[in-house]
Design a protein around this ligand. Structure first.
Ligand code: NAG
Ligand code: NAG
Ligand code: NAG
Ligand code: NAG
Ligand code: NAG
Ligand code: NAG
Ligand code: NAG
Ligand code: NAG
Ligand code: NAG
Ligand code: NAG
Ligand code: NAG
Length: 514
């Protein structure tokens, strides 16, 4: 073989490889839905009225699903609570529930609508998937009869679950997931244990969970680490909380930290700060939407790698503490102070100069920041903060956080309060921390609640750094760590009284031990 024919074969081979990998993608759709809510009521409505309301919401979803399919989408995610909202008691949600069978029964509700009793919602959703030949994820309510004697069976004789269902392109039910980590949802029950639900398609392996589940190890982390899913489908009704837990900020960071595709459909309800949906790839957000101005829904579409691990853009595994533990800490600041992000006490130190190297520690966590501002704005104050401990009022989740953030005003007591705009651009930043956990989610949130796709990266030694020139004005730059092994194990959805009981028991045990 001559050199030139060899080169030709290499070129042809390269082309074929490119071609094959180019086919190895799919078009994902997520829909942020402005839910039509039921009228407030303390007495349950009839099943007919419940269905009427759900059908109004499905009418909207139907149009969107058709649109998405026409634009080539193979799968669409619709939000949590999208058919009826979130304000219910156990009694008032009941008329909205249907018995949802295990997908093993191989059921196409659209073709066989009466096989499992009264299931008009499932039949209609299945028809939408079948009619448009698209995978559809919807969030609906499941009721499962149980026998009350001696078990946890609720007094009405039913378990009630917040449930995701997925129909394939034939309308067949292929997945059912009962939400595990409920967030103040007294209308629903917690399933006995976290369910690990996956399904295969020709465009990758999928996993499912819902809203608050994303803050915990099971099922979220297990689906990625042990079940090797390529893409997570994530319906949510997420209330944004600045500075660390705004939907687009945290969800894009989770996709990066876990190195998995994440398709997020949020409900849209401006008065409850619910907005922020997106299609997030491991290396960068593909599409996202945040809108506090209008009451409108929004369809997002993007091409996504079916097997992100096999893409050239797949990020390297990160050792989150490698850099931070290897350097000599920068001089610890004398003028540090304590402040709050929600109820968590952070140690903060101010970024006095327009460039510098800072370290702030709390217990075992030391956070290092090197930075250079384009220009120091007189009207703005930034701090570097560290927090390690059980978070919030519930004190169940163990957090480790390094964050650089803009204070709401120049008064340092406002550091950590929600701030939505900033002016200060950085032409260099590098944030790292001595994390005890391998689960760290890198967040960059810009002025007016925007993401920064392609303008930062995480190095494999755990440094979060800017790239490609100076940044837009920054609100927060954070490494949000979750140390699941240190979580306090109270019952999910349980009350703070329970943790108080546990605390009392541990104190008693300690006294006995002494
Ligand atoms: C709420 O109540 C009003 C007035 O009774 C009625 O017109 C409307 O249709 C109701 N909305 C729903 C979603 O039931
Ligand atoms: C499905 O499509 C058929 C033909 O386009 C239409 O007649 C039927 O009403 C559709 N069903 C649903 C539930 O959209
Ligand atoms: C998906 O496919 C893999 C092999 O390709 C198989 O091991 C796994 O059991 C399948 N999972 C499901 C849920 O069908
Ligand atoms: C929405 O967010 C703003 C600031 O970010 C906060 O002041 C307000 O209380 C939030 N609203 C609700 C309903 O939580
Ligand atoms: C991903 O790439 C590896 C090696 O490059 C290959 O063995 C594997 O089959 C690929 N997986 C998929 C799902 O394409
Ligand atoms: C991460 O890096 C640190 C410092 O080099 C090292 O001590 C630690 O073992 C590494 N952790 C992992 C999980 O490789
Ligand atoms: C920060 O540290 C780096 C080396 O680690 C040094 O080059 C730089 O000058 C320092 N910057 C400031 C403002 O002290
Ligand atoms: C940091 O936090 C710890 C624990 O909250 C506290 O004891 C310590 O004094 C703080 N350090 C500074 C410099 O504020
Ligand atoms: C900062 O705010 C605190 C309380 O919010 C207030 O007591 C204090 O006077 C303020 N300081 C300045 C310099 O305005
Ligand atoms: C770098 O930034 C420029 C201007 O902001 C942008 O046009 C370009 O696409 C960016 N490149 C990458 C690789 O992100
Ligand atoms: C918690 O306990 C207090 C007093 O012990 C009680 O008044 C309150 O209702 C309890 N809260 C819940 C949510 O159970």
């Amino acid at each position: 073989m001559t050199t030139s024919s060899f080169q030709t074969s290499v070129a042809v081979f390269a082309l074929i490889t490119l071609h094959v990998s180019a086919l190895d993608t799919f078009i994902a759709a997520v829909y942020e839905h402005a839910v039509i809510l039921p009228n407030e009521t303390e007495t349950p409505v009839s099943q007919e009225d419940a269905l009427l309301l759900m059908n109004k919401n499905i009418d909207i979803l139907e149009k969107i699903i058709k649109q998405a399919a026409e634009k080539g989408a193979q799968i669409i995610v619709t939000p949590e609570d999208a058919l009826y909202g979130w304000k219910f008691t156990r009694e008032t949600i009941f008329p909205y529930l249907e018995d949802i069978p295990d997908p093993q029964v191989a059921w196409i509700p659209c073709e066989d609508p009466h096989r499992f009793g009264r299931t008009p919602v499932q039949a209609r959703l299945s028809c939408l998937a079948k009619n448009s030949s698209i995978y559809v994820l919807a969030n609906i309510g499941d009721k499962k009869p149980c026998h009350s004697h001696g078990s946890r069976c609720p007094s009405n004789g039913y378990y009630q679950y917040n449930t995701n269902v997925v129909y394939d392109t034939e309308g067949k039910l292929v997945a059912r997931y009962h939400k595990y980590h409920l967030y103040s949802e007294t209308q629903f029950d917690v399933p006995e244990k976290p369910e690990l639900v996956t399904f295969n398609t020709t465009f990758g392996k999928f996993g499912i969970f819902t809203c608050f589940d994303i803050l915990f190890h099971d099922p979220a982390v297990t689906l990625v680490k042990d079940f090797y899913v390529d893409t997570i489908l994530f319906p949510t009704a997420w209330m944004n909380v600045l500075p660390l837990l705004t939907a687009i900020e945290f969800h894009s960071a989770w996709a990066m930290g876990m190195r998995v595709n994440l398709l997020v459909a949020n409900t849209h309800h401006v008065h409850l700060n619910m907005t922020g949906s997106g299609i997030y790839a491991p290396h960068s957000p593909k599409e996202y939407h945040y809108d506090m101005e209008t009451e409108l829904g929004k369809l997002l579409l993007s091409e996504v790698d079916s097997h992100p691990q096999n893409s050239s853009a797949y990020p390297m595994a990160v050792n989150w503490s490698a850099y931070a533990t290897s350097i000599k800490p920068f001089p610890v600041q004398k003028n540090s102070f304590q402040g709050f992000i929600s109820r968590d006490v952070f140690n903060f130190t101010e970024l006095f100069e327009n460039a510098g190297n800072l370290t702030i520690c709390q217990k075992d966590l030391c956070c290092h920041l090197s930075y250079r501002m384009l220009r120091k704005e007189e009207s703005e104050v930034y701090v570097l903060g560290a927090f390690t401990g059980l978070h919030g009022r519930r004190r169940r989740e163990y957090w480790q956080v390094c964050t650089m953030l803009k204070c709401k005003t120049t008064n340092l007591t406002t550091c950590g309060r929600p701030a939505e705009t900033a002016l200060t651009r950085f032409d260099m930043f590098s944030l790292s921390g001595t994390f005890g956990t391998e689960y760290v989610f890198p967040e960059v949130l810009l002025t007016k609640i925007q993401l920064s796709p392609g303008k930062f990266e995480v190095l494999k030694d755990g440094r979060l750094v800017n790239k490609n020139g100076s940044s837009e004005p920054i609100l927060t730059l954070s490494l949000f760590g979750r140390w699941y092994a240190k979580d306090s194990h109270s019952i999910p959805g349980g009350t703070s009284n329970l943790s108080a009981t546990y605390l009392l028991i541990s104190i008693l045990l300690m006294i006995i031990a002494l």
